[in-house]
Design a protein around this ligand. Structure first.
Ligand code: GUN
Length: 201
């Protein structure tokens, strides 16, 4: 059994060259998968496909931006499921957050996640099946926590990372926010850590 992220070993943030300077094309095997599964480019980087959206819906009270006392009722699907793929030509998922917690399940390959909590704490861990090295194959990112990811070289999946993500309630762009540039990162983690993490913004 894999550890959860609380038990995951802290990993140093040392991206390899193809993370900093992406390849021009994915390896043929990953290109074939993108084609066969009809994965499309994600705005945050990488490729994805929504493979399920619950037909059942739920009504939720959502706080209004800027005024915590005010809320609106919104309707969401009960859950969504995606495949998400990082490849050497698109090796980074840039910092973003969702108001809802997101469950991640590793399918193939290796990668590294970097989480930035609202209090500025940074947690980074590797995802893979080598549990003895502290890698994890399931991880849950809490709502309101910024998340970024990048590829870790691996032979078993031709330098790719394929995961599944489940969101409850289901994904809606209204619940999703990209980090607003390096300034927001700096305000959370300070200038030194922000310089180290800038490639993920
Ligand atoms: N559409 C664009 N991005 C996403 C995502 O991350 N999840 C889902 N389910 N749909 C999306």
């Amino acid at each position: 059994m894999s550890a959860n992220i609380q038990e995951a070993a802290d990993a140093a943030i040392e991206p390899v060259s193809f993370v900093k300077v992406p390849a021009l094309e994915p390896p043929t095997s990953l290109q074939q998968m993108i084609h066969d599964w009809q994965l499309i480019k994600h705005r945050e980087g990488g490729y994805f496909k929504e493979t399920d959206r619950s037909p059942l819906t739920m009504d939720l009270e959502k706080p209004q931006d800027g005024d915590s006392t005010d809320s609106v009722t919104v309707t969401r699907n009960q859950s969504t499921l995606i495949y998400y793929l990082l490849t050497p030509d698109s090796p980074i998922g840039k910092f973003h957050k969702n108001i809802n917690r997101i469950t991640h399940i590793l399918q193939r390959g290796k990668g590294q996640y970097v989480l930035v909590y609202p209090d500025g704490q940074v947690k980074s861990f590797r995802v893979g099946f080598d549990y003895k090295k502290g890698e994890v194959s399931q991880w849950v990112v809490p709502g309101g926590v910024f998340k970024a990811s990048f590829l870790v070289p691996n032979e078993e999946f031709d330098n790719g990372l394929l995961i599944s993500e489940v969101v409850v309630p289901g994904f809606d762009f209204e619940d999703h926010t990209f980090m607003k540039g390096e300034d927001e990162l700096k305000s959370l983690v300070g200038p030194e850590r922000a310089a180290e993490l800038a490639f993920l913004v």
